[in-house]
Design a protein around this ligand. Structure first.
Ligand SMILES: [Zn+2]
Length: 465
């Protein structure tokens, strides 16, 4: 024990102990991010000067112009806009809802339309309610108990799951497909418990789809706050005949022209090998999209700046891509991959940040076992920055379409405990992003990009199909 202590003391105190080149470079990246980072200022502008950036909105267009201008100012080799047509869904005037326990005795509850939903009739919609815990309950109840009613999906996120994204995955089907499924049984509308672990008064929007449902059979869908869901559920137990009223006048308009914003440092040695870092520039409209995903955009932008400022010249081409329309269409991610394939571009690595601007913990890696192992081998370099998670898993929605045999994809994994307090809600705003946490995320991403660029990825045999 004493010998170990002595050795440890010598290691940390000896003046002869020298940092490796990698340790020095990574330290320089973190130092630059924490003393001179630009991510927070960019986020401030995106959030407070532009605001929520729903696809097809004026704000989304302003965000395209602003981020392009900022990338232009960084002295990159190339900055351009990649055209992509995006859906345009508008919320209209704020939604309104209450439940009625006796004629005239009503209690208001906070709701918001789900993205992509149809409106209610102009005067709103009032019906009895049937509460379920998920889509699988519909079949058990059958058409008799559902037809003519509003289906209330009230499965909460599982609080025992430490990774809150797993809890989200366990519930989000009721939001995405709840209306299409309930419609098959004759329901007239659906109300979905917000994807939020906390009890509060914010309804959380998010995308939903009608699948094959004919246009004239689509029923409106709204999210209710978690407090509202608890209150409605208790009320229904005491008074199963209570009625629910809601009114929303959202609308799907024609597709409009938009853009992915791309900046590039061309590789000095292997310009044809492309590495991507990115996030999505669009957001929902209730808050200003600071965590989802303003944070990922500004971190990705800062990755290129951090490498430049610390004097590192990538051997491979490094691109920042700010994808448009992740939230309600994925058009930007699909377009980027489509163009890359048409141009026969070789992407070797892609890294996405779309899990909020919270304290970074590490990365999930979608790659061959050898590549996962290589990245895990760099763990010690990250340890001083409290980055410790390097596990095999998914990467991100926008870079997913790029996936090909042999490629390395990764997602930045910040702490997830508070993310769903804000996700897709009115309180996803700038003041909930901590400057240092945001900057640490950018530095963590830049450090991984540096290591991947320096050592390369391990080629995997391409299986010719
Ligand atoms: Zn997102």
């Amino acid at each position: 024990m004493r010998i170990v202590l002595l050795l440890t003391f010598l290691l940390v105190s000896t003046p002869f102990f020298s940092q490796t080149e990698d340790e020095k470079q990574i330290k320089a990246i973190y130092d630059e991010a924490l003393t001179n980072g630009k991510a927070y200022d960019w986020l401030n502008y995106l959030s407070n000067q532009i605001g929520g950036r729903l696809s097809g909105s004026v704000q989304a267009q302003h965000a395209v112009e602003y981020t392009k201008e900022q990338l232009d100012s960084l002295g990159l080799d190339k900055v351009w806009l990649q055209p992509v047509m995006v859906p345009k869904w508008v919320r209209g005037v704020p939604e309104f809802a209450y439940f009625e326990t006796k004629p005239g005795l009503t209690t208001n509850v906070p709701i918001c339309a789900l993205g992509g939903s149809v409106s209610t009739p102009a005067g709103g919609l009032k019906a009895s309610v049937v509460e379920v815990k998920g889509i699988e309950d519909l079949e058990k109840l059958g058409r008799d108990k559902i037809a003519g009613k509003i289906v209330f999906y009230n499965r909460p996120m599982d609080p025992t799951l430490i990774n809150t994204f797993s809890a989200y995955s366990g519930c989000v089907d009721q939001r995405y497909s709840g209306a299409a499924e309930a419609g098959k049984y004759g329901a007239v509308g659906v109300i979905v418990r917000s994807m939020n672990l906390r009890l509060d008064d914010y309804p959380h929007t998010g995308s939903m789809g009608y699948g094959e449902t004919p246009v004239n059979q689509r029923i409106p869908a709204a999210a209710i706050s978690t407090n509202g869901a608890e209150l409605l559920s208790t009320t229904l137990k005491l008074n199963p005949d209570a009625k629910f009223y809601f009114k929303q006048n959202c609308k799907q308009l024609d597709d409009v022209q938009s853009y992915n914003v791309i900046g590039e440092i061309t590789g000095s040695t292997y310009p044809n090998e492309i590495m991507v870092v990115g996030g999505h520039l669009d957001s929902w409209d209730l808050g200003d999209g600071s965590h989802d995903d303003g944070a990922g955009c500004v971190q990705s932008m800062d990755v290129l700046r951090l490498l430049k400022e610390t004097g590192y010249k990538p051997k491979r081409t490094l691109r920042v891509v700010l994808f448009m329309n992740e939230e309600n269409g994925m058009r930007g991610g699909n377009k980027y991959a489509e163009v890359a394939r048409n141009k026969n571009e070789e992407h070797v690595f892609a890294l996405e940040s779309d899990s909020g601007g919270f304290t970074p913990r590490g990365f999930s890696i979608d790659a061959s076992a050898e590549n996962v192992k290589q990245i895990q081998g760099w763990r010690d370099l990250f340890e001083p920055y409290l980055i410790h998670m390097f596990y095999e898993g998914g990467s991100g929605a926008d870079i997913g379409p790029l996936k090909e045999e042999g490629m390395v994809l990764a997602g930045l994994r910040p702490d997830t405990q508070r993310y769903f307090d804000h996700h897709h809600a009115e309180n996803d705003t700038f003041e909930h992003v901590n400057k240092r946490e945001l900057e640490l995320g950018a530095a963590t991403m830049a450090s991984l990009v540096y290591l991947i660029d320096k050592y390369g990825t391990i080629p995997t045999k391409k299986i010719k199909g």
